[in-house]
Design a binder for this molecule. Structure first.
Ligand code: PGA
Length: 277
């Protein structure tokens, strides 16, 4: 099965609203793609204006997190139900959330389910720390996180989700994981999904890599059977570097020659009206 490659920009908490607006307008001008998908994940405060800016373009929006309850007395939280209509994707269980904000596999599983319930594709992050890697625990840790984080999804929901393998020691450090190792972990994740949910699901789920990726090292990760794209942090804050990453993926996909199905988006204000309960 041919899975469409996806390149996701995670801007984290790096930009003010005016800065995010400027960067997004550069993305819209400079990033061209026909074979892969491109997603931008800005801060919550930028999502409304970003959804207006990307309307009519091929760039999709994602959130960086979402709370698992739909509504209620949860001061400061933003729910997947509130994000519905504005984003198509949402990162859940990023290692920064797991490490700095105490997120567990259990909350990640609930967040993934809340996204799916609200028609948002979860990007479920997993990955081992440096200590775990040095202790030879990578496969064990990643398998545990994958199994527990998918626990609240049905097989068909898993098939449509995205799993991001992001070794914690590679995030924002400049120490990129070798492409062979990333492919090996992705292959093991796909195998585990096959054991848990069957072959059809394992062939559908997209598994991507993240961690110190840039326009100079991305080529190593292309043409790997089990890697379906990238989650890009630091390099996504530079429009030229990010455009370079997308261009390399596009070049490689053009050789295979299957264009993705085009999804022109409607404006956010009309999207919210179509939600089905
Ligand atoms: P990085 O971050 O590309 O800056 O390493 C990746 C991520 O945290 O998603």
């Amino acid at each position: 099965m041919k899975r469409t490659k996806i390149i996701i920009a995670n801007w984290k908490m790096n930009l003010t609203v005016p800065e995010a607006t400027v960067l997004l307008s550069k993305y819209l001008k400079e990033i061209n793609f026909h074979f892969s998908e491109v997603v931008v994940c800005p801060s919550f405060i930028d999502i409304y204006s970003a959804s207006e800016a990307v309307a009519g373009s091929e760039i999709a929006l994602g959130a960086q997190d979402a709370y698992f309850e739909d509504r209620g007395s949860f001061t400061g939280e933003v729910s997947a139900a509130q994000l519905f209509g504005f984003v198509e994707y949402c990162i859940v269980g990023h290692s920064e959330r797991r490490q700095l904000f105490g997120e567990t596999d259990k909350t990640v599983a609930k967040k993934a389910a809340a996204c799916v319930r609200n028609k948002i594709t979860p990007i479920i992050c997993v990955g081992e720390t440096l200590h775990e890697k040095e202790d030879g625990l990578t496969n064990l840790v990643v398998a545990g996180q994958v199994e527990a984080s998918l626990a609240e999804l049905t097989p068909s929901e898993v098939a449509k989700s995205i799993i991001a393998y992001e070794p914690v020691w590679a995030i924002g450090t400049g120490h990129v994981c070798s492409a062979e190792k990333a492919e090996d972990v992705a292959k093991k994740i796909r195998n585990l999904v096959k054991v848990l949910y069957g072959e059809g699901v394992s062939e559908g789920v997209r598994i991507i890599y993240g961690g110190s990726l840039n326009n100079k090292n991305v080529h190593q990760f292309l043409n790997k059977n089990n890697l379906d794209g990238f989650l890009v942090g630091g390099s996504s804050l530079d429009h030229e570097v990010f455009a370079g990453i997308v261009a390399k993926v596009e070049e490689s996909e053009a050789k295979i020659g299957i264009r993705k199905v085009s999804k022109t988006k409607v404006r956010s204000s009309s999207k919210g009206k179509t939600k089905k309960k």
